[in-house]
Design a protein. Sequence first.
Length: 119
Amino acid sequence: MSIADGFGLIQDIDVRLTVELGRTQMRLRDVLALAEDSVVRLDRLVDEPLDVMVNGKLIAKGEVVSEGNRFGLRILELVNAGGATTSAAPAAVAAPEIVLPEIEAKVPAKPASPRAAKG
C-alpha cells in the first residue's frame, strides 16, 4: 500500500471544524448574570480574521460571509505546521468558502444535549 492509498483511507474520517470569533475571560458571577440581550465583549477587533480550527488545531484564518440567509466562511490564509501563514489562493482564483449553519445569537437557557452537539 502506498502513502497515497493510505491517505485515501482516512479522507472520509469526520473531524470537528470550529471557527473562533473571539475569546474573553469572565467571572462566574458575570456569566450567571447573562440574559437574552446581554452583550459579551470579545478580544478580537471587527476587521481581524477569525481562527479556523480542526479538532482544536489552528489551520487557517478566515472571514465571515453571507450566503442567502446563512453565514459562511471565506478562507483567507492557510496556516502551516510551523504556525506561519500562507495565502490560501492566488489572486486570480477565488478563495474556497465553507458554508456554516445559522448561528443563534442568544445565550441558550440550558446546555445543548451531547447528541445535538455531535452534528
